[in-house]
Write a protein that binds this ligand. Structure first.
Ligand SMILES: Nc1nc2c(ncn2[C@@H]2O[C@H](COP(=O)(O)O)[C@@H](O)[C@H]2O)c(=O)[nH]1
Ligand SMILES: [Zn+2]
Ligand SMILES: [Zn+2]
Length: 587
């Protein structure tokens, strides 16, 4: 804890002292009921050790919410903590253990959430689902809401993770609340679980009986979802139309996730949705006036808080010396101890020259990580049983961009860095196909919009498996942030960060930033390694995880004459390949 806090204090004092970088903040708007939301934390509970603007850890977050709860109480208002799932995959803190999350999830659980639900990353591997059911859902009891995801017992029966719904009255304002939880129509769940699509749930008797039973007893509906709230992703909007049949005049607050963006959308005059980014970069805030006949903007307010101590001190009006609670301090110590035990900070190499970004630069830019992978790193992939690549024949290697989880920053490259960038332990498999076909597969997989494009959200659409890194739907654009106070902003140098344009405008980010631009990234990228003109068939190599997508693309290309189960090409994980490349070459 001391080591962690000394570094943070040092960061902080430099920032506070050098007033030209001290950020300009937008304050939170409080109301009858206030919500703090996290989603897609993906194991980032240590904080971002090399990004000051996200330098708070889970212990700081616990201290922060403890002060917010106190403030709500003093103001005679309610405050609820909500999480929308995806709690590992993408950080060494969660992924270095088997199963993922073994030591990180208990730290996540130290935060006393009031409502939480399950993400798709809790469903790929059965061990994670069992941990989620037996540890997390069991611990949170009726606060864990999952209306459409179930866990299968050995006897073949199913039960929801936690509860299918929760009906309760809030402690301060006595707001009668019905809470439901939904995962998007995810079809890669392991066979010890199942996901019932929202479209099916709204036809089920149990669901409509719950709505019918509560239709005159509810002041507020809360939907905790691991489902995007963007307008061009239909599932929650279809749910909303159904709910409005039973609750035409009830306030409905949605909390979304999965697409890793900051977002706030208006469902109707009495309903909005908040989504709170990813990777402990963002804490989402929304407050709701549940009384009276007020306008949309008087009823709802939202903020996106940068996950850093400076922001937390500002919003709680605490000094660094009075901020840490005992529990927050304890969790910070636990994180430091656990990281040391896991040896996560052990350097494996060094990234010298520059950062390699996922989408801060165009996909073909020399500082784009996919350019580094396809033009350099993947050329070093050696077939199983071979010792070098000299003998490799012409080949094309395809990876899904969703498998690369974060930028590669210059400086020490540690065990943690490897998991942060490329956590998935996928085998490489191959199909030998005509060159003329192999060269079209990546384009075929990229010529489809992600599942958010209208009409493509149906269950058979296997393109859902390949979302771009984080998805800004077509109507989302990046605009310069309206300065809070022009003269103040002119005088201060803004740091780069999120500038979020949503249905309420672009004043949601609590910290003013110079916008980072997110360039579009495709579903897949390919490393084309063809050196001869021969018309021989070539090896098409890809992660075993994306086999369904490759098979889909080959069928779409009317090429069906292949063995449906590809053969093993290499068991060298991409993360290890990248590490070896960094150790071998100065990049
Ligand atoms: N190559 C692999 N990609 C994977 C694997 N598991 C997930 N993924 C990718 O992640 C996204 C979903 O991430 P989310 O945080 O947005 O839910 C998924 O669509 C894949 O692109 C894996 O084992 N291997
Ligand atoms: Zn996620
Ligand atoms: Zn997800």
């Amino acid at each position: 804890y001391d080591q962690h806090n000394k570094k943070k204090l040092a960061d902080l004092t430099t920032r506070i002292r050098s007033s030209d970088t001290a950020p300009t903040y937008r304050n939170l708007t409080w109301n009858d009921i206030n919500f703090v939301h996290t989603t897609d934390t993906h194991g980032w509970y240590s904080g971002h050790l090399n990004q000051k603007q996200y330098n708070a850890n889970w212990g700081d977050f616990i201290s922060f919410t403890s002060h917010l709860r106190q403030q709500a109480l003093e103001q005679g208002q309610d405050l609820l903590l909500i999480d929308s799932g995806d709690r590992h995959d993408g950080n060494g803190f969660s992924d270095i253990t088997y199963p993922n999350g073994l030591v990180s999830t208990p730290i996540f659980m130290k935060q006393n959430y009031d409502l939480l639900t399950i993400g798709n990353h809790e469903l790929y591997v059965w061990e994670n689902s069992r941990q989620e059911y037996e540890l997390v859902a069991d611990y949170f009891g009726d606060k864990y809401i999952s209306s459409n995801v179930e866990y299968k017992f050995e006897n073949g029966t199913f039960a929801p993770f936690g509860q299918k719904y929760k009906y309760f009255t809030t402690p301060v304002q006595q707001i009668r609340t019905l809470a439901l939880g939904f995962l998007f129509d995810f079809n890669r769940f392991n066979n010890g679980t199942r996901v019932i699509p929202i479209a099916e749930v709204i036809t089920q008797d149990w669901f409509n009986e719950v709505l019918q039973q509560h239709k005159d007893k509810v002041d507020l509906i809360v939907i905790v979802a691991h489902t995007p709230i963007s307008h061009d992703y239909p599932e929650l909007y279809n749910l909303h139309s159904h709910l409005r049949q039973y609750f035409p005049d009830t306030i409905i607050q949605y909390f979304g996730g999965h697409s890793h963006i900051r977002d706030f959308t208006v469902f109707d005059e009495l309903s909005t949705g908040l989504q709170s980014g990813r990777y402990c970069e963002t804490i989402g805030w929304t407050s709701v006036n549940v009384k009276g006949n007020v306008s949309l903007h008087e009823r709802f307010a939202r903020s996106y808080l940068d996950f850093n101590l400076h922001s937390f001190l500002h919003h709680t009006n605490k000094s660094i010396h009075e901020f840490d609670t005992d529990k927050g301090k304890h969790v910070s110590s636990l994180i430091t101890e656990t990281r040391n035990k896991l040896n996560l900070n052990r350097a494996l190499g060094y990234v010298n020259g520059s950062n390699y970004y996922i989408d801060y630069v165009p996909i073909d830019h020399k500082n784009n990580i996919f350019d580094l992978l396809t033009s350099k790193v993947l050329t070093t992939l050696v077939p199983e049983g071979h010792t070098n690549t000299t003998s490799t024949s012409d080949r094309i290697i395809i990876i899904n961009t969703g498998s690369i989880r974060y930028d590669l920053y210059k400086g020490p490259y540690t065990i943690d860095s490897q998991y942060i960038v490329s956590p998935f332990e996928n085998l490489w498999v191959k199909l030998t196909v005509p060159k003329s076909i192999a060269t079209q597969v990546a384009a075929k997989l990229n010529d489809n919009g992600y599942i958010y494009a209208k009409g493509q959200a149906d269950a058979i659409d296997n393109r859902r498996l390949l979302p771009p890194h984080h998805y800004y739907s077509s109507e989302r654009t990046k605009r310069d942030q309206t300065p809070l106070i022009l003269s103040e902003v002119e005088r201060k140098k803004l740091s780069k960060g999120y500038v979020t344009f949503d249905d309420f405008g672009n004043d949601g980010d609590d910290t003013l930033h110079k916008p980072v631009v997110n360039f579009p990234i495709p579903n897949v990228v390919e490393s084309v390694q063809i050196h001869s003109d021969s018309e021989e068939d070539i090896d098409l190599i890809f992660y075993d995880f994306i086999t369904p997508n490759i098979v889909w693309a080959l069928n779409e290309l009317n090429y069906t004459n292949f063995n449906k189960s590809p053969s093993l090409y290499s068991s060298k994980y991409l993360g290890d390949l990248l590490t070896e490349y960094i150790q071998q070459f100065i990049i």
